[in-house]
Design a protein around this ligand. Structure first.
Ligand code: SF4
Ligand code: SF4
Length: 416
């Protein structure tokens, strides 16, 4: 069972159908006057959180103050955190702020992103791999492929995302610097911009289980940091950023792909565009490409539902932050021309066919014919008043037995 991170506060939900109309996988129904999420279909993209006018949906995250039992707490900030603050031209002030609010060390995910960029360049040269290689950094995209695009599963890059590489590196660094620490003394806290990464950490990638211990919301950390950073502005930070332009660029769409030094790439963001690109790749309607970067959120990770700032403003701020940085501060050492074994995920996520009507082929065909018959008799205006996202989905819900009878359609008087 996939553990999700999007939850509904039923008392706030008015059943207005806004989320129903925006969910990219038709995972939402209105039943009993409120939204209900079908967990098999949800990809944790966060669209429903973003559009709900009543704040009835939210992403489940841990609170930093509830996880104080680790002796040595390491913050793993996503690079999108750096785009949230006005007039910031020195990342060190944020890193110092993280120490001041209670972390013992900070390991930037942007550092690991620079290494993953190098691994990607190497992986693209591997003979026989399926192209275009699709980035596996956005967990909502990975889950969407595992539910809807079985033929693209082998295109997914099997290299672990930067948050996992950062987790491994941070733990190794802590143990080297503090040999007295036991593994259980070290807590790795990822500061997440989105719900999909929270779910990824709870579920892993295929059979790979995440090495992160606690996920906290970027929004929560932002408010804690505001006060701490005011103090840091007047004192010199004791910690220096070890990321370059490449790592920080991963926060916005196009940052990952533009760094692979190969002009045969495509970058798309926003879940609708992601679906269109995946459809085009599956149908072969796309030019020959080496690499495809897809981000479910508009603008990339800076557009995650747990960020504060408008994604376009955040992206502009990141440009200023990057201006005086070196291109990269994390390169492979001279003789290293392979991806380390522990940076590969052991298995790709399994295909889960959400659209399959029945295990039995002839039964599926019978149900399909029935759906078409009912659909053709429905008004076809996809109003959502029945509680299903479209007339086609309503017909399917009827045939699957999820709706009792056609009278739930408020528009149609009778269906033959
Ligand atoms: S958008 Fe969805 S969750 Fe929010 S009030 Fe409307 S039906 Fe309920
Ligand atoms: S998180 Fe995305 S996929 Fe899941 S119910 Fe909300 S809109 Fe649908």
């Amino acid at each position: 069972m996939y553990a999700h991170s999007v939850e509904l506060d039923v008392s706030k939900c008015t059943g207005c159908t806004t989320c129903l109309r925006h969910c990219p996988t038709e995972a939402i129904r209105i039943r009993g006057g409120h939204a209900v999420i079908n967990e098999d279909r949800c990809i944790d993209c966060g669209e429903c959180i973003r559009v709900c006018p009543n704040n009835a949906k939210k992403a489940m995250c841990s609170k930093f103050e509830h996880y104080q039992h680790y002796k040595y707490k390491i913050a793993l900030p996503a690079p999108s955190l750096y785009g949230q603050f006005d007039n910031l031209d020195d990342v060190d002030i944020i890193l110092q702020g993280l120490l001041d609010i209670g972390f013992d060390d900070v390991f930037e995910v942007a550092q690991a992103a620079e290494l993953v960029t190098e691994y990607t360049r190497l992986y693209l040269k591997t003979p026989g791999i399926k192209k275009p290689v699709i980035s596996s950094a956005c967990p909502a995209v990975v889950r969407l492929i595992s539910l809807r695009y079985p033929y693209l599963r082998d295109n997914l890059m099997p290299i672990l995302p930067p948050i996992e590489v950062a987790a491994m590196m941070a733990r190794a660094k802590a143990k080297q610097e503090h040999p007295e620490l036991e593994d259980s003394d070290i807590g790795l806290y990822f500061i997440s911009p989105c719900a999909a990464k929270v779910s990824y950490i709870r579920n892993g990638f295929g059979k790979y289980k995440s090495k992160i211990d606690v996920v906290i919301s970027l929004k929560d950390v932002y408010f804690k940091l505001l006060g701490a950073m005011k103090k840091s502005e007047t004192e010199s930070p004791t910690i220096n950023s070890k990321s370059g332009m490449i790592g920080i660029s991963w926060a916005s769409s196009g940052g990952e792909s533009s760094a692979i030094l190969n002009d045969k790439y495509l970058a798309a963001d926003g879940i609708e565009n992601v679906n269109k690109v995946l459809d085009a790749i599956e149908n072969g309607n796309i030019p020959q490409l080496e690499f495809v970067e897809l981000n479910a959120c508009t603008g990339g990770c800076v557009g995650g539902v747990m960020t504060i700032e408008n994604p376009f403003i955040a992206r502009t701020r990141l440009h200023s932050v990057r201006r005086y940085l070196p291109v990269s501060q994390n390169r492979l050492s001279g003789d290293m021309s392979y991806v380390p074994e522990n940076c590969y995920s052991s298995e790709l996520p399994e295909y889960t066919p959400i659209a399959r009507l029945s295990e039995n082929f002839s039964e599926s065909m019978r149900m399909m014919a029935q759906i078409e018959k009912i659909r053709s008799a429905l008004p076809g205006i996809d109003c959502g008043a029945c509680g299903s996202p479209s007339c086609r989905a309503f017909a399917e819900d009827l045939v699957r037995g999820m709706v009792e009878d056609v009278s739930a359609c408020k528009v149609m008087k009778k269906c033959d």
